[in-house]
Design a protein. Structure first.
Length: 369
């Protein structure tokens, strides 16, 4: 079990005070047999991240909002994505900071690459099982044949670990001057039976060179849908330094009423990540009931159970109650064999159990036992 941090975490734009459990970027620990998935966990630390300085205005002169939607630990750095870009060239929706046990003055690094700046509404990071490639995907939820600018909401990015300056658009195409991965969106539509509307909020790279796209919403349109826990799989390969995604995907996992009988809310998938230490998937589900009535739950899914289509395992606290987040948890990343970092996107909710300011986003560290 990982130890709790020695001090509360505070991630800032200019200065970072950080105390996280130390994790060496080594090979996965084979000590825990595949399928031996802990179902007990606890939140051992919480804190906030400043996406930009307080009072920052976006390109339209409005107060910029921090809505942290994706997080990744690549073995050295923590990357965070905000799904509401400011439109300002000196800022970015993606930024990173070195990871360590007790940072006191580490500057946050904005990813100012034009390819990253051009994409819209990031939803999930993923790390390849060999820890060599970072993926970052958007929601793939907006398309209009007459609006090429909306293609940027259908983008999958990839870069070598530690080298975001080498970022590229996976299955890149261009329309009206806008580069995107709309070809992948077309393949998702086909895999989902011609779905008129869907939203992707999960992304995981799993053994066998496969990508999982996690569907949170599916229906007739953006205001008429059902919440989902559905995973669409595509093969992928490296081709001349570029990532190529297979032409045909398929739904490989579907839990239409996940959490029924275990928690009172209707849940939708908000993140999925592969845990190479324990050969399992880690998933987040969240709910939105209006106002500050938001929250989320954590699940584990051993790969053997995933292949068999078994339900995920709800993580519970030591008293046996479901481990509950009082935020709309959006993404999870694996720190080590027992430790997870969860990032939250409370949209424009600033009240409730944890009041926050527009430039702040919140996170939790979870210790799995």
């Amino acid at each position: 079990m990982s130890r709790a941090p020695s001090a509360s975490l505070a991630l800032g734009v200019a200065v970072v005070a950080l105390a996280l459990p130390v994790a060496a970027p080594a090979a996965p620990n084979p000590a825990r047999p595949a399928g031996d998935s802990p179902q007990t966990g606890s939140i051992v630390a919480s804190g906030h991240v400043d996406c930009f300085p307080a009072g920052t205005l976006d390109a339209q002169g409005r107060i910029a909002t921090c809505e942290t939607s994706a997080v990744l630990f690549d073995g050295r750095d923590v990357y965070i994505a905000n799904d509401k870009p400011t439109g300002r060239r000196e800022l970015s929706a993606v930024f990173s900071l070195p990871y360590g046990p007790a940072f006191s003055a580490a500057p946050v690094r904005y990813s100012l690459e034009a390819t990253i700046q051009a994409a819209n509404k990031f939803e999930d990071f993923a790390l390849s099982p060999d820890r060599k490639t970072v993926f970052l995907g958007t929601g793939f939820d907006r398309y209009d044949a007459s609006r090429p600018d909306l293609d940027t909401y259908s983008t999958l990015l990839a870069w070598p670990v530690g080298a975001p300056e080498k970022v590229g658009v996976v299955e890149r195409s261009e329309r009206g001057g806008y580069a995107s991965s709309v070809a992948i969106r077309e393949r998702l539509v086909a895999a989902l039976g011609g779905a008129a509307y869907f939203k992707i909020e999960g992304l995981a790279a799993i053994p066998g060179d496969r990508l999982l796209f996690g569907v949170r919403e599916q229906g007739r349109r953006h205001d008429d849908f059902g919440y989902q826990f559905r995973l669409v799989e595509f093969p992928y390969a490296q081709d001349g330094g570029k990532i190529k995604v297979g032409a045909a995907g398929r739904v490989v996992y579907d839990q239409p009423e996940v959490g029924a009988g275990q928690v009172p809310q209707t849940l939708g998938l908000s993140s999925v990540e592969y845990d190479s230490y324990n050969d399992r998937l880690i998933a987040l589900t969240s709910y939105e009931l209006g106002g500050d009535r938001i929250g989320a739950y954590l699940w584990t899914l051993p790969m053997a159970d995933f292949a068999a289509g078994k339900p995920p395992r709800l993580v519970r606290d030591r008293a046996g109650a479901p481990l509950h987040f009082a935020h709309k948890a959006e993404d999870v990343t694996v720190i080590d064999a027992d430790t997870l970092l969860v990032i939250h996107d409370d949209d424009r909710v600033y009240t409730g159990p944890f009041e926050r300011k527009p430039h702040e986003g919140y996170w939790d560290i979870v210790d799995l036992e």
